[in-house]
Write a protein that binds this ligand. Structure first.
Ligand code: GH3
Ligand code: MG
Ligand code: MG
Ligand code: MG
Length: 324
């Protein structure tokens, strides 16, 4: 990869200026191959933003995809390349699609400007570029970019929060229930087995009573960690409620599921939980109820019900055991 030319022309990241502190200073990639042009524009922009200049459009696209830019400023009158084509490519690539583009056109290029707006250029300037107009338009695009990033992060966080159990980081019951039916349908469609287990910590109430609720929470977290370590990527684990967890295992028959459940049960009983930064060693056992999809089209709720009945028997028969 070719080094960017920003340093060659003496444009560097500005000191933290008032504008940068206010959060509007962005990272700008200026795609321009005429020294007379970028040697004037880059220093203007550098007063408020971090500016890189790239005269080569192919390189520019590469940098735009890798460089975490807030704004592309593209000269439409490049010597050896169509600036519009660059804009169009930036709009079609996944990694550059969301970066705002500010086009700079020669004044007689009206048709091309319209074409640019159709392609998805966000705003434009015509030469000769007015300093304050350049700054104002760049600032607006950077601000908008920051705002949409912020919105997107918020949406992603809310989605995460809605499907995750806050204590253990496993999926929550809602997520599990919205995916169970699909997993069952996929299994039926591909004639693959599907196993489901419900795990319940034995006498968890006494753990709370003996060590306190916070230690109880630590036990739940540690249990979740051990579950995570013992399942495959295609398995789905969730905290179903309180101290009860569900693991769904696609492409797993009863024989294999029993082995997985038994191994997990033994590993929990065999290695006391280290809680309170190792201060406490708490012995934990679990009971597991196991069931598999019996026939195509069977409602997954029936499988869940059978696993629950099996769990009840495991408890009734003395706990610390797997019942299918
Ligand atoms: P069993 O062997 O029959 O399962 O007995 P148990 O004590 O584990 O079952 P029970 O359902 O009587 O008690 C479950 C306890 O789990 C009661 C409840 O206070 C506790 N619990 C539920 N959610 C949490 C939690 O998020 N944190 C902690 N620390 N305790 C919880
Ligand atoms: Mg119970
Ligand atoms: Mg319990
Ligand atoms: Mg329970």
């Amino acid at each position: 990869m070719r080094a960017l030319t920003s340093l060659e022309i003496g444009v560097q990241a500005p000191e933290r200026s008032a504008v940068t502190d206010a959060g509007t200073g962005g990272r700008i990639l200026l795609v321009d191959d005429r020294p007379s042009s970028y040697e004037r524009l880059a220093p203007i922009l550098a007063a408020e933003h971090t500016v890189d200049v790239e005269p080569n459009p192919t390189e520019a696209l590469f940098h735009a995809a890798e460089g975490n830019y807030d704004l592309l400023i593209v000269s439409l009158s490049l010597e050896n390349f169509d600036g519009l084509r660059l804009c169009s490519q930036a709009r079609s690539l996944e990694r550059t699609r969301q970066i705002p583009i500010l086009a700079i056109a020669d004044i007689d290029n009206n048709a091309r400007l319209l074409r640019g707006l159709e392609i998805g250029v966000n705003d434009y300037l015509t030469r000769p570029v007015d300093k304050n107009e350049l700054l104002a338009r760049a600032r607006t695009q950077v601000r908008r970019r920051r705002y949409t990033d912020h919105l997107r992060d918020n949406v992603q966080n809310s989605i995460e929060a809605a499907i995750t159990d806050g204590l253990t980081g496993l999926h929550n019951r809602r997520y599990m229930e919205s995916h169970l039916e699909t997993l069952a349908e996929q299994a039926a469609l591909r004639s693959k087995p599907l196993a489901l287990m419900i795990l319940d910590i034995d006498y968890f109430k006494s753990i709370n009573d003996n060590y306190g609720h916070d230690c109880g929470d630590d036990v739940l977290r540690e249990f979740a960690t051990r579950i995570r370590k013992s399942i495959r990527g295609i398995d789905l684990a969730c905290r179903y409620g309180g101290e009860e967890f569900v693991i769904v295992m696609p492409e797993t028959d009863m024989h294999v599921a029993s082995m997985v459940a038994e191994r997990l049960r033994r590993s929990i009983a065999g290695e006391p939980f280290s809680i309170d930064r190792g201060n406490k060693r708490i012995e934990v056992t679990i009971s597991i109820g196991l069931a598999t999809l019996e026939k195509k089209g069977e409602p997954i709720a029936d499988v869940l019900k059978r696993a629950d009945v099996a769990l009840y028997r495991a408890k009734h028969d003395g706990r610390n055991r797997v019942v299918a």
